[in-house]
Write a protein that binds this ligand. Structure first.
Ligand SMILES: [Zn+2]
Length: 344
């Protein structure tokens, strides 16, 4: 089990990045991977913080999370004899830093600038251009530094997407239970409880989160980190990712670049909750409250593609048993299902 050794969450903690790195016991050569916007937003503060602790650093900007970017980062890390990678940004920079750190056998620190998904603390990376359309096991961050002031300034849509990725743990854990009961798969009770706790937060605190103020943002950030740690504990993405994630990955293939990961997982959760006999209306209401998108039209996905995605989802990972593998829906029943939960 590989867990983050240090997690720092607070207001304006980005100014403490230098001491955070030093306290973790790392050397002097730091490679910071970020998108251009995150760099522009934080460069001055980070440079000051790292310099004041005698750390030398090099910024490398990326614009996509592809395997080419990962290979480039590995080369840059080698050329600069980097001792530590920092993934600074939303999803892409953290994913690229995580997989690069894994390939280069270096530690990495996650510094999220938005709360849009649980990859900020999980050992899994979602990279384009690999032969698998789902997240790959990479490396757990050795530290996570989450500046709530910075994250609260990110677009509201990203926070809503994070809520979708959190509520997804409800059906993910149900699928994991199903695999335990019907296939004898290993089931980690503690990891499952931790993931479920993160999902419940969205149901219980949707009113507070809907305001988008710092307290609500902090709740979502803590829940996302906690869900990522659940995956670290399980040593698998099982507690965080079930049929609703397979549905989201299917949409990535069928309707590329439309909608955010957490948005697709959110609508996937509503659909799979119905199949699991969970209270899908309650899930949809909570997602609406936090301003998440809850149907195909809002996201801009064709209704037929939703039906296609329900059918394609179990084929993406045949070995990962979920409710979709059990029920083997046909086109007619998939369409009726999506209609019955108001997704199409
Ligand atoms: Zn996810």
């Amino acid at each position: 089990m590989e867990l983050p050794r240090r997690i720092l969450i607070g207001y304006d903690v980005i100014t403490e990045l230098g001491s955070f790195i030093k306290d973790l016991g790392f050397g002097h050569k730091v490679l910071i991977i970020s998108g251009i916007n995150a760099k522009n937003l934080t460069e001055k503060i980070i440079n000051e913080s790292l310099s004041s602790y005698g750390l030398s650093y090099f910024w490398h900007t990326i614009d996509s999370a592809t395997i080419d970017c990962v290979n480039q980062v590995v080369d840059v890390a080698k050329n600069h004899q980097s001792e530590l990678l920092i993934g600074l940004g939303g999803g892409k920079s953290i994913d690229v830093a995580k997989l690069s750190a894994y390939y280069a056998n270096l530690a990495f620190i996650s510094v999220p600038t938005s709360a849009s998904h649980d990859g900020i603390s999980s050992p899994f990376a979602s990279i384009k251009g690999m032969n698998k359309p789902f997240s790959l096991m990479a490396k757990s961050p050795v530290g996570v530094l989450a500046d709530i002031a910075l994250i609260a300034n990110a677009p509201r849509r990203l926070l809503a997407s994070g809520c979708g990725d959190l509520i997804a743990k409800m059906t993910a854990v149900k699928d994991w239970e199903l695999a335990r009961d019907e296939k004898g798969e290993y089931f980690g009770n503690y990891a499952a409880s931790l993931a479920r706790l993160s999902a419940n937060l969205i149901i219980e605190e949707s009113e507070k989160i809907s305001k988008g103020d710092k307290d609500g943002v902090r709740d979502v950030v803590e829940a996302l980190i906690s869900a990522g740690v659940a995956a670290c504990i399980a040593g698998s993405s099982r507690p965080c990712s079930g049929s609703e994630h397979l549905f989201s990955h299917a949409l990535d293939i069928l309707a590329p670049n439309i909608g955010l990961h957490g948005e697709k997982c959110g609508i996937g959760t509503i659909i799979m909750a119905k199949l699991h006999n969970l209270e899908w209306e309650k899930i949809a209401t909570s997602l609406k409250k936090v301003h998440a998108l809850t149907n195909a039209f809002e996201i801009g996905i064709d209704p037929d593609q939703i039906v296609d995605a329900i059918l394609l989802a179990p084929k993406i990972r045949p070995e990962r048993y979920t409710i979709l593998h059990k029920l083997k829906l046909d086109r007619e029943s998939a369409k009726n299902l999506a209609k019955s939960v108001n997704i199409i």
